[in-house]
Design a protein around this ligand. Structure first.
Ligand SMILES: NC(=O)c1ccc[n+]([C@@H]2O[C@H](COP(=O)([O-])OP(=O)(O)OC[C@H]3O[C@@H](n4cnc5c(N)ncnc54)[C@H](OP(=O)(O)O)[C@@H]3O)[C@@H](O)[C@H]2O)c1
Length: 473
């Protein structure tokens, strides 16, 4: 069975890819926006087609000869995502039909269209309607609400609130009902949909028990062994709640706001098709899902995170912009006599719980300033404290390029009056560490010059301590 997986660099797609690779009857093909985001190990096992759903020629190539195609795409990071999502889904279903694809499997959001439906959910519902509108092929539309798994945005919010706040003042939306589901169960439904004999279009709502957000927070706290108190207050607007989430959880303001807007209406199942068509899948309880997710985090076994997707980072020509950078802070260190692997392991351990090789308090302050400006701050940390891959978030950076024993390139995702990169490169007997900055207007220049004295200490000690650590490991 030739299967095309789109969105394989995203939260759900990465996990589904791992699952499908285990199934020997599946001949897997990936459709990605940038081939660099796929590890060399995966590249050896699957066909990879580079493209974009707005580029119909690339879709034609990727969909030809395919039996079943997964659609795990959205454009939420863009301002005009509603229009983009419609266009993307229409292109996909039209070309899939032309190419003779038999089935599309789509994962969308749970909920109904009413006056309280958020813009985000509406867009997901419209995508499902478009994908189901072509009679030449079957569409299985799985609908999930809150997904509980290590690295999922909803779970990270609930976990961070439960861990950090012994007493929570919450708005009335905490009583809204949802029907959460473990990410492992979502993956099972998606995989099982491949083999469903049924030939007509289907909408399959999935989830375990109905719980309010208050119950989810208290159950999460109890799974973590914590006693928490929730006090409802009448005065918290969506904007205030979003700032609250922005400050206490890893999600930036924009994501927090989109999620809170979605909490105005209930997200519960509207049909029983999960039981009817997939009786063999028995979703695990909320508590079990929380324990599993927490365990994965503890064991550094997080497969994917909500911020894995690359969004707009590939729209930039990083190579050219780095070459054209106005300001460069370049430092070199002698590494003769030290194995390249040790130097590499040392610099790729940067960030997250491992710290920044000195002056961690300055990085913390920068993270707090970023959060106050509505940015991502430092709370995203690292997916794993020992492993790093292209596309990973690392505090307020994103991994753009990682070449074993050669190079690590990070792109700055904090709020900045310009664009910045941090690079570590091994060349012969030297470790070269460079911070590049492309300022936006006069503020960008003032920003850089103000930080020059701090950069001197931070970057000098960083290089020194990376080399020192590589001598020890
Ligand atoms: N995550 C959840 O908690 C959750 C809950 C309920 C439903 N869902 C549904 O599950 C689906 C997948 O969500 P997700 O959380 O996995 O998303 P995600 O992490 O944001 O990933 C989105 C994926 O789409 C790709 N993509 C975006 N625009 C594209 C385009 N024009 N052409 C080709 N690829 C494109 C991205 O590639 P790049 O890496 O290049 O950006 C990325 O791989 C969505 O339909 C969502 O509504 C998710």
């Amino acid at each position: 069975m030739k299967v095309l997986l789109t969105g394989s660099t995203g939260y759900i797609g990465r996990r589904l890819k791992q699952q499908l690779l285990k199934n020997s009857i599946i001949d897997l093909r990936l459709f990605v926006r940038n081939k660099n985001s796929i590890s060399s190990e995966v590249l050896q096992k699957v066909e990879v087609f580079e493209g974009d759903t707005f580029d119909t020629r690339s879709l034609e190539k990727a969909l030809s000869g395919v039996d079943v195609a997964y659609y795990l795409i959205h454009s939420l990071n863009r301002d005009n995502y509603k229009e983009l999502d419609k266009k993307s889904a229409q292109n996909f279903v039209d070309i899939a039909s032309q190419c003779g694809v038999k089935k599309i499997i789509y994962l969308g959001g749970l909920g109904v269209k009413d006056e309280y439906t958020s813009e985000h959910l509406l867009s997901r519902l419209e995508t499902g309607e478009i994908l189901s509108s072509n009679s030449n092929l079957q569409t299985i539309w799985i609908r999930a609400g809150v997904i509980i798994g290590s690295g999922s945005a909803s779970f990270e919010i609930i976990r961070n609130l439960a861990e950090k706040l012994p007493v929570m003042l919450t708005p009335k939306w905490v009583e809204t009902k949802a029907q959460p589901i473990a990410v492992e169960d979502v993956i099972q439904y998606l995989e099982s949909s491949l083999f469903l004999e049924q030939k007509k279009n289907l909408i399959v709502d999935i989830g375990t028990e109905q719980l309010s957000y208050r119950q989810m927070m208290l159950k999460t706290a109890s799974a973590l062994g914590l006693q928490r108190y929730i006090i409802k207050v009448p005065f918290m607007s969506i904007t205030v709640s979003s700032y609250w989430l922005n400050l206490f959880t890893p999600v930036p303001f924009s994501v927090a706001k989109a999620l809170i807007e979605g909490l105005k209406s209930e997200v519960v199942k509207q049909n029983d098709n999960a039981k009817i068509y997939f009786p063999h899948i028995k979703p695990i309880s909320y508590e079990e899902a929380v324990k599993k997710a927490t365990q994965e985090i503890k064991e550094n076994q997080v497969i994917s995170r909500w911020n894995d997707n690359s969004g707009e980072i590939w729209d930039r020509d990083h190579k050219k912009q780095i070459n054209d950078a106005v300001f460069v802070d370049r430092k070199e260190g002698n590494i003769s006599g030290i194995e390249a692997s040790k130097v590499y392991n040392s610099f790729i351990s940067i960030g997250g719980e491992n710290g920044w090789f000195d002056f961690d308090f300055l990085w913390e302050i920068r993270g707090i300033v970023d959060k106050m400006l509505g940015g991502v701050g430092l709370k995203r940390g690292r997916r794993s404290q020992c492993d790093l891959r292209t596309g990973d978030c690392l505090d307020f950076w994103k991994v753009i390029d990682i070449q074993k024993e050669k190079r690590l390139l990070l792109y700055a995702q904090m709020k900045l009056p310009g664009e910045g990169w941090l690079e570590f490169k091994i060349e012969n007997d030297k470790l070269i560490q460079s911070a590049y900055f492309y300022p936006r207007g006069v503020w960008g220049r003032i920003y850089w010059y103000t930080l020059v004295p701090l950069h001197y200490f931070v970057f000098t000690n960083m290089l020194h301590n990376i080399i020192k650590k590589s001598k020890k490991v």
